[in-house]
Design a protein. Structure first.
Length: 286
């Protein structure tokens, strides 16, 4: 991105608030629901992966997703590409190995199902309208995700009439930006991620930073989710924001009560957390 003379992507310096949201587990409850055992099993069946001997969620996570996570979330290869390659290596052993085209088709169906669940929950719309109506606020969706998620999140924001763009394609007129680890080459728990973000947005722009993030707390307790990992990630990200932006961020940990096993209870608690996040932003924005 080539900056203008003011040193940032917005022309005159009138943006004093930076609001940062996580995506999966925060803006998207569906991404959490997709990871539930029953939903995953149905997705494995519907996609055809079950017929290819990926029958159990544990096998999906342990032998396909986890080994490819770092590459998939820090390069532009994409979820379909890394999963297909890993599945071919896993399933190509033995005499009855499936046709590579069949593997690609099954993985594609599975990934499409995942993104069909990973929608911005419409109950966030009042929050986004609050931010959109302010002329002094930039909003970033900062996510550790696969390359396909960038365009997906931009399109999700367009659905609620918000002009958004990936950081590297921003035209300086947007107020909503998508910062995806797959495009930035680093996770949010690294200093590099936030340095790149600051470089694109313009140094010295903001008086305060507001962060709304579940830090992986709400996602399935595998290699990424879980309470201990979430608390550790929260500490790291908060410290990195303070170090890079030289501002102590205000943090709203979007932790959903894990005792809700049914979708109705989970949805109710999720809405309560959205209301609290709205109050958090309204209180701190000035």
């Amino acid at each position: 991105m080539t900056r203008n003379s003011t040193g940032g992507p917005h022309g005159e310096n009138n943006r004093t608030n930076l609001v940062i949201f996580d995506f999966s587990g925060t803006l998207s409850l569906g991404a959490v629901l997709f990871g539930k055992d029953k939903t995953i099993r149905q997705a494995l069946k519907n996609s055809g992966l079950k017929n290819l001997r990926i029958e159990e969620p544990a096998k999906l996570w342990d032998e396909l997703v986890e080994p490819t996570w770092v590459e998939g979330s820090t390069t532009t290869m994409g979820y379909i590409s890394v999963l297909t390659r890993q599945a071919k290596q896993l399933l190509g052993r033995g005499e009855n190995s499936p046709d590579p085209k069949e593997i690609l088709e099954a993985v594609t169906h599975f990934v499409n199902a995942y993104f069909s669940y990973s929608l911005i929950d419409p109950r966030w719309e009042p929050v986004f309208q609050l931010l959109s109506n302010r002329t002094d606020t930039d909003t970033v969706i900062a996510t550790d995700h696969y390359a396909e998620a960038t365009e997906h999140i931009v399109n999700e924001l367009y659905k609620i009439d918000l002009k958004a763009a990936p950081l590297d394609l921003a035209l300086r007129q947007e107020k909503f930006f998508v910062a995806n680890s797959a495009n930035l080459g680093s996770h949010k728990s690294t200093r590099e991620f936030w340095i790149i973000l600051k470089d694109y947005l313009g140094p010295g722009y903001y008086d305060q930073i507001l962060l709304v993030d579940d830090f992986g707390f709400n996602e399935q307790e595998d290699f990424y989710g879980g309470k201990i990992k979430a608390l550790d990630r929260r500490a790291k990200v908060t410290a990195l924001l303070k170090d890079v932006f030289e501002i102590e961020p205000h943090v709203f940990p979007f932790f959903i009560d894990p005792s809700h096993d049914n979708s109705e209870g989970l949805s109710r608690t999720y809405l309560e957390m959205i209301d609290k996040a709205y109050s958090f932003l309204e209180t701190h924005l000035h």
